[in-house]
Design a protein. Structure first.
Length: 277
């Protein structure tokens, strides 16, 4: 997509860590003659994309133009972090996708953020910095879309007015907490039998197996993308018993958490459990 007819100046770059969701995050409406790019570096955020609510994680690029709103709907277990680039532009025109994905490795993303931060701290109004940031972001956002998103599991198959939709989102947001059937029935405002029938019809799973799937999926992500200890990962995914977490994780992945992290993580993790598989 061509964007040579748009000129831009980098007004500001900053690095934002979302607070715990108990503190409200108010989305910003992009003013006239502005573009704001948010590049997720950690955590998770919900966003409506292509008519569906999806959950996005590290490496997602949100490119907002005038009149649109920034991201805000994060999760308590994994509040998002992002690099933010605020451009002044000569015209409002969408030439790049609203949502796209960083094309390179995790290391290349870290290198870009580190280099940009250091440059911005030294010379925030350097025109070359603006050109650099915009060219790099454009190169990634203009690529064929391979968005690192996870549709809230089952959401695309469920009728819009179904009581399961708020329940599935609640499960994602409270995955680190105890989740019992009675509480789920109250949230969905349906009976126990109807709850099981709905899960079977739309998700081909029981409530228990669905929650377990989501907990292990979160555990995998945390092992890959964070340096939390395995005990912290287990607790963050709702496993109070570390032995149970090890056993179930092995059932899903055919390897213990420590070995999975060693083979999958981009980080050098030093924890006592690292050498005990």
């Amino acid at each position: 997509m061509e964007n040579q007819d748009i000129t831009a100046t980098l007004q500001r770059a900053w690095f934002y860590n979302a607070a715990h969701v108990s503190l409200p995050i108010i989305p910003l409406q992009i003013p006239r003659d502005r573009e704001l790019v948010e590049l997720l570096t950690d955590g998770e955020v919900y966003f409506v994309h292509e008519g569906r609510t999806k959950k996005f994680s590290r490496g997602t690029i949100f490119w907002h133009i005038a009149g649109e709103h920034t991201i805000w709907d994060t999760t308590p277990a994994s509040p998002y972090k992002c690099a933010v680039f605020h451009f002044i532009v000569n015209k409002t025109k969408r030439v790049l996708p609203r949502v796209s994905q960083w094309r390179g490795s995790s290391q290349s993303l870290d290198d870009f953020i580190r280099f940009t931060r250091n440059w911005y701290e030294r010379a925030p109004y350097d025109p070359k910095l603006c050109d650099y940031c915009r060219s790099v972001l454009t190169a990634h956002a203009g690529a064929p879309e391979t968005v690192n998103s996870a549709i809230v599991p089952g959401l695309m198959n469920i009728p819009v007015k179904s009581n399961l939709i708020p329940l599935l989102k609640y499960i994602e947001e409270h995955i680190s907490e105890p989740l019992d059937i009675e509480n789920m029935c109250q949230i969905a405002n349906i009976s126990r039998n109807h709850l099981f029938r709905q899960f079977k019809r739309y998700l081909d799973a029981t409530p228990h197996s669905y929650i377990l799937d989501r907990r292990i999926a979160n555990a995998r992500r945390m092992l890959e993308e964070t340096t939390l200890s395995i005990k912290e990962v287990a607790q963050g995914c709702g496993f109070e018993n570390l032995e149970v977490f090890y056993r179930i994780f092995r059932q899903y992945t055919a390897m213990p958490p420590g070995l999975y992290r060693k083979q999958s993580s981009s980080y050098e993790v030093v924890h006592p459990e690292k050498t005990t598989y």
